[in-house]
Design a protein around this ligand. Structure first.
Ligand code: GLN
Length: 316
């Protein structure tokens, strides 16, 4: 006879408040490690000292420590939302246009895309997300508004695109333009590449707080159903697949390291946010702007690792 160990794991309520405080102390010594992203000038102006951990458990009140109510640029975390929107609304087969394998390369790499005939390895590297933006343009009249509406519904508050960051991305997004042009050459971008990039730059520039991000992803911990509203966001099968892609591809060429150390589905962005999902338990967001060489937040990863260590929650 097996016993239901998962149901008894993990702190809730006041215990979780204590755990997040402990996690903040665990990672405080890393505060000077890594560097803020500077290739997008608007991001370089962010105070590197920010730190937050926000946790949204399915079975209790949220817990947070640090700057959990400060907005920051979600950057590549937006790729989880565009994949979700495409899974909801695109009647065709997303996977004819991109793969489901980790790339092992940096998020903005061009080399693999040339070898592989313009078909991105997965939806969470830049090339894949640019194809997703193209897909959304074909099935939605106003994809950016629909995306902002979806994200606002998921977090229960209106979110906005930071126009200054979007402009800064557009002015300096040379690699992303190269990716879009290369894929247009291979026939894998169907619309005007500039219009596709406008969507991509805007989605990366959505501003959210760590607390908003943590609760907005509750549906991925809850078999596709938003735990606050009860609305079905994705089928359980699709939610499982988003989680699988986050685990294997969500943190670029550090995905193996994240799986080894943190061991849950994660998605990071160069704004310093990292979201993590423990299916059937919680969704979380850690934020600290200093990044390692792979573009992942140093303290963000460490905070999720410490959260998992201290709670004993894991998918393994
Ligand atoms: N907007 C960023 C870019 O295109 C997103 C990258 C990221 O967050 N990893 O380079």
């Amino acid at each position: 006879m097996g016993t239901n160990v998962t149901a008894s794991r993990g702190p809730t309520g006041a215990d979780l408040d204590v755990v997040v405080e402990q996690v903040a102390q665990d990672v405080a010594g890393l505060a000077d490690q890594g560097a803020v992203a500077t290739y997008i000038p608007a991001l370089a102006r962010v105070d590197p000292a920010h730190f937050a951990l926000a946790v949204a458990p399915l079975d209790g009140p949220p817990a947070a420590v640090g700057d959990a109510d400060t907005t920051f640029s979600i950057q590549s975390i937006s790729k989880v939302f565009t994949l979700t929107l495409a899974m909801q609304r695109f009647a065709g087969d997303i996977w004819e246009r991109m793969g489901r394998e980790p790339s092992g390369d940096p998020f903005n790499s061009l080399v693999q895309l040339e070898y592989e005939n313009g078909k991105p390895r997965n939806p969470f590297i830049n090339a894949g997300a640019i194809v997703l933006a193209d897909i959304l343009r074909t099935c939605l009249d106003d994809p950016l508004s629909e995306l902002v509406q979806l994200v606002s519904e998921l977090c229960g508050e209106p979110v906005t695109v930071d126009g200054e960051v979007a402009l800064s991305e557009a002015e300096t997004g040379f690699r992303n333009r190269s990716l879009a042009n290369l894929m247009t050459g291979f026939g894998n971008i169907h619309g005007d590449p500039q219009a596709v990039l406008d969507i991509y730059f805007a989605q990366c520039s959505i501003a959210m707080t760590p607390a908003q991000l943590a609760r907005s992803l509750g549906y991925l911990a809850n078999d596709g159903v938003d735990p606050r509203s009860g609305a079905r966001v994705l089928s359980a099968e699709k939610a499982r697949r988003v989680n699988a892609l986050m685990l294997t591809c969500g943190t670029y060429d550090a995905a193996g390291e994240f799986a080894f150390r943190v061991g849950i589905p994660c998605k990071s962005g160069v704004g310093g946010g990292v979201v993590g999902i423990v299916p059937h338990h919680l969704s979380a967001c850690a934020w600290s702007p200093r990044l390692d060489q792979t573009g992942n937040s140093v303290q963000g990863r460490a905070a999720l690792e410490a959260l998992i260590d201290r709670t004993g929650l894991s998918v393994f």
